[in-house]
Design a protein around this ligand. Sequence first.
Ligand code: SF4
Length: 247
Amino acid sequence: MKSEILINFGGFVPLSTVDWRGRSVCTIFFRGCPVRCWYCQNKDIQTGTDMRSVESIIGMIQDAQLLISGVVFSGGEATMQQEPLLYLAKKCNSMGLLTGLHTNGVFPDTISLLIKNRCIDHIALDIKARWETYTNRLGVDCVNEVKRSLSICQNAAKEGNLPEFEVVITLFAGYDDELPSIIRDIADTSTLVLQQGVYPGLTVLSEEDLMDIADRLKRPVHIRTRKGGEIAYAGNRNRRSSGKRER
Ligand code: SF4
């Protein structure tokens, strides 16, 4: 008999409208992350153990299914748990639900496997620093893995094997000078999200500040703030409407 697949569980949100642009989804948090971002909002699930059967997670999704069109896998770092993630993604697709992933890109093989199995519809990849400072900033040597993840996702999106791909950069005041270097390997065809970083004691960049920063990049971006939600921004104070994909 095949042994039951287990997930190190971090939490479940039955209904979210902020984890996937334009969609109502449920969000599953996987426990455990090898990275230590100083601004992490989910420190309580970076470590620890709470093993559950994947079937119990499917039960939670089924309970939420009437209200949602997709499921987002978040964390912690979901790709660290390849077997339960792949199982859940396939199962969600078979239930008629779209699947999304928020990832730090440290496990490119898992990302590749999800794409090869055609069971992931949306990937949001965090790029956290310039490549030259990545190891120091994150506390682990993972720069080659993240570069590989970026390349895998960009190629898959270009070849039509990944319907939605976006790069998310969390910005704090004083760090925006790095942005042109951070985005140099990000294809113009990839959606770029500038996300407001929030941390106690630090100045928070406003939506206007983020627009000024985006203007200097000379490419369309999405701007995400706590107060204003997410806007598509074409530059020169020109907001665009966000697109929504139907299944
Ligand atoms: S990668 Fe995400 S979960 Fe891991 S430490 Fe950074 S912000 Fe937290």
